[in-house]
Design a protein around this ligand. Structure first.
Ligand code: PBG
Ligand code: ZN
Length: 326
């Protein structure tokens, strides 16, 4: 056969690594940590095998375990001791995230990111302050502009506790600008913002909502999170966050939205993060438990694909397992 092109030549052992286009390393990964003020023992999260909610007293141990695998960064989520209409425990100086971050900052060398949102702290489970009568009337939703003040306070309280970076996830219009202004006024101009810039209203968040007890008590989040049908809209959303000063741009979920990861990579000159969410984790575990998929191989291939699509950073529940293999 007179073939001029034989791509198989470069697929042999010895040359594969030299021509490989994508690298995955432990320093690309961010591991989620759940700190729970309602328990003094670790509680396994059933729908996310291998993950636990840990009491504040064990936050440092939990982060040390992650650091031992080579992962350098964590994102902290909190389950507060109580919830109310306005989510006031979200910015309390002695709140669960604030206490945990203070200890992690003092006790480890991890890079500490905090999730800035209200859904785990409000008794109605929505990501902000509700319009009056929203319980009864499905056309009502979160009050955008009043929520902005709360988000600014939350971000400042995290920075005061020692957070290295804040990550607003509520999809409130103007959230990045409001948080940037609040941080700067409070003297935290060195704290970067990783915006959940294109966050979709996704059914893949199911296991997380069990883990963090943050499911909405009524209705859903389609009034503020993005419609899965839209990708051009993602560019407009992300553009607004860039104008407001976002330092890192996140797309969430990851695998069902790799086209959006690629679009954001191509349109903006900013680091791109992708959140490989709880449902993406749970489905591989469920299939592996049945013997239908190889967990480690599919997890590795998932993360590699997310990087290949254009992500620089990946938030993933597989962080520890994959870092240990790298
Ligand atoms: C809070 C938040 C959520 C996730 C991260 N931050 C849940 C949601 O928006 O419903 C989801 C993470 C995951 O599923 O792994 N706003
Ligand atoms: Zn939320």
């Amino acid at each position: 056969m007179d073939l001029t092109e034989r791509p198989r030549r470069l697929r042999r052992d010895g040359i594969r690594g030299l021509v490989s286009e994508t690298d995955l390393s432990a320093s690309d990964l961010i591991a989620p940590v759940f700190v729970d003020a309602t328990t003094d023992e670790r509680v396994a999260i059933e729908s996310m095998p291998g993950h636990e909610r840990v009491p504040v007293a064990e936050a440092v141990d939990r982060v040390e375990e992650i650091r031992d695998t080579g992962v350098e960064a964590v994102i902290v989520f909190g389950i507060p001791e109580s919830k109310d209409e306005a989510g006031t425990r979200a910015w309390a100086e002695d709140g669960v995230v604030q206490e945990a971050v203070r200890r992690i900052d003092a006790g480890t060398d991890a890079y500490v990111i905090t999730d800035v949102c209200m859904c785990e702290y409000t008794d109605h489970g929505h990501c902000g302050i509700l319009e009056p009568h929203a319980h009864e009337d499905p056309t009502l939703t979160v009050e955008n502009d009043r929520t902005l003040d709360a988000l600014g306070r939350i971000a400042v309280s995290h920075a005061e506790a020692g957070a290295d970076m804040v990550a607003p996830s509520s999809m409130t219009d103007g959230m990045v600008g409001a948080i940037r202004e609040s941080l700067d006024e409070a003297g935290h101009s060195a704290v970067p913002i990783m915006s959940y810039a294109a966050k979709y209203e996704s059914a893949f968040y199911g296991p997380f909502r069990d883990a963090a007890d943050g499911a909405p008590a009524f209705g859903d989040r389609r009034h503020y999170q993005m419609d899965p049908a839209n990708s051009r809209e993602a560019i407009r959303e992300v553009e607004l966050d860039v104008q407001q000063g976002a330092d890192v741009l996140m797309v969430k979920p990851a695998l069902p939205y790799l086209d959006v990861v690629r679009d954001v990579r191509e349109h903006f000159d900013r680091p791109v993060a992708a959140y490989n969410v709880s449902g993406e984790y749970a489905m591989l575990h469920a299939a592996a438990e049945n013997g239908w998929l190889d967990l480690e191989e599919t997890a590795y291939e998932s993360l590699l694909s997310i990087k290949r699509a254009g992500a620089d950073l990946i938030l993933t529940y597989f962080a520890e397992d994959i870092a240990a293999r790298l």
